[in-house]
Design a protein around this ligand. Structure first.
Ligand code: ZN
Length: 89
């Protein structure tokens, strides 16, 4: 979900869980200002700069690939997966 910090949100955006400006980014810990990516889960909400969302996503996907390599499993099924038949020909 995309939201705004409260100093930049309109009343309609306040209903979209606007957050206080300066709330720390989950990834870089710098204060958030303006457009924010928000995800909420069972026990915590995550707020990110849009660019930090990209950085975190890359690293999360790298970790999944590492699981594939270390367990010889095919989680993603993509062409670079170790167990994909296309990669073994
Ligand atoms: Zn950040």
């Amino acid at each position: 979900m995309i939201t705004q910090t409260t100093d930049q949100s309109s009343s309609s955006e306040a209903n979209r869980r606007a957050i206080p400006a300066g709330t720390p980014c989950f990834y870089c810990h710098q204060g958030l200002q303006g457009t924010v990516v928000l995800w909420w889960g069972q026990s915590a909400d995550i707020y990110l700069h849009p660019e930090c969302t990209v950085e975190l996503s890359i690293r999360l996907l790298r970790d999944v690939h590492e699981i594939e390599r270390s367990t010889h499993t095919n989680i993603t099924g993509g062409p670079s997966s170790l167990l994909n038949p296309r990669a073994t020909r």
